[in-house]
Write a protein that binds this ligand. Structure first.
Ligand SMILES: C[S@@+](CC[C@H](N)C(=O)[O-])C[C@H]1O[C@@H](n2cnc3c(N)ncnc32)[C@H](O)[C@@H]1O
Length: 273
């Protein structure tokens, strides 16, 4: 089919394709931007942001309108795939507002407003534990070959759901749970991964008992604490960490991972409880 004749909405393929880490058309509903052909998601996001902002201006609340437009842009950006598309979706509204001279109607400090949505998307605690880097789609390949098929798998700090997608490829039948501190990222993960239970919460406060595997992609400084928690709460289970090893502990296995980031696997001593 030529690109000009391509339909705007893709029909769900049969049979369902293997999970690629991207929300699959078979799983996402028709209204979801993952179903729309580019650049429809960007156009829809910009229009919606402008509609919300214009409502604020009409109600004589231009600052609230602008803030709401920025929140809409940030949320929409979390629903599309790929860093460049995300940037385009997120930046389209503020850039066009600047270009159209909307800033002259606003107080001088308006440019500080994006800080609000940024902090909502990425609270300070999340910055301290790990900045936002998603798990590459192929990073967990071979994981099931080492740890088997645990019934319950936790992703501690699941971001926008990329790690959950990679986990699903390895564990097609497992109960997947994602924990995420950022409310916006937790919402995005919930929307993208209907096959997982995603909760907003602190990965350090949540008990890890009952999970056969805990996967994380955090920071080097977090790894000793993660290992201590795994030893205390999930004997007999597995801890998997992308890129960062537990200092001073010999890994049970090391898989190639992706993009030069190895996947470190640790079998926690003790019998499962
Ligand atoms: C490097 S990102 C990885 C995201 C996701 N695991 C993935 O691989 O696609 C780390 C994530 O952990 C989250 N995070 C950091 N500290 C956290 C905490 N204490 N509790 C829950 N989530 C946390 C961050 O908000 C961020 O989304």
């Amino acid at each position: 089919m030529s690109p000009a004749a391509a339909p705007l909405f893709r029909a769900p393929p049969r049979p369902a394709p293997p999970d690629t880490g991207v929300m699959s058309p078979a799983r996402s509903p028709l209204w979801h931007p993952a179903q729309w052909r580019w650049p429809l998601p960007a156009l829809a996001a910009w229009l919606l942001a402008w509609a919300v902002c214009s409502t604020g201006v009409a109600l004589r609340e231009p600052v609230a309108g602008l803030l709401a437009g920025l929140v809409v842009s940030a949320l929409a950006a979390l629903l599309v795939q790929g860093p460049w598309r995300r940037l385009l979706v997120a930046a389209g509204f503020p850039a066009s507002a600047l270009a159209l001279g909307a800033s002259s109607a606003l107080p001088g400090w308006w440019w500080l407003l994006p800080l609000g949505p940024l902090l909502l998307a990425y609270p300070l605690r999340a910055w301290r534990d790990a900045p936002f880097f998603p798990t590459p789609a192929s990073a967990l390949q071979g994981l099931a070959g080492v740890v088997g098929q645990p019934a319950r798998v936790l992703e501690a700090g699941c971001g926008a759901g990329h790690g959950l997608a990679a986990l699903r490829q390895e564990f097609p039948r497992a109960e997947l749970v994602g924990l995420e501190w950022s409310p916006l990222l937790a919402l995005a993960a919930r929307l993208r991964r209907r096959d997982a239970r995603v909760r907003r919460g602190d990965l350090w406060a949540e008990p890890w008992g009952g999970y056969g595997l805990v996967y994380l992609f955090q920071r080097p400084e977090s790894m000793a604490r993660a290992w201590a928690k795994a030893r205390a709460e999930m004997p007999g289970g597995w801890l998997a960490s992308l890129e960062f090893a537990v200092p001073g502990v010999a890994a049970t296995a090391r898989l190639p991972g992706a993009d030069g980031r190895p996947l470190w696997l640790y079998h926690v001593p003790g019998a499962p409880q």
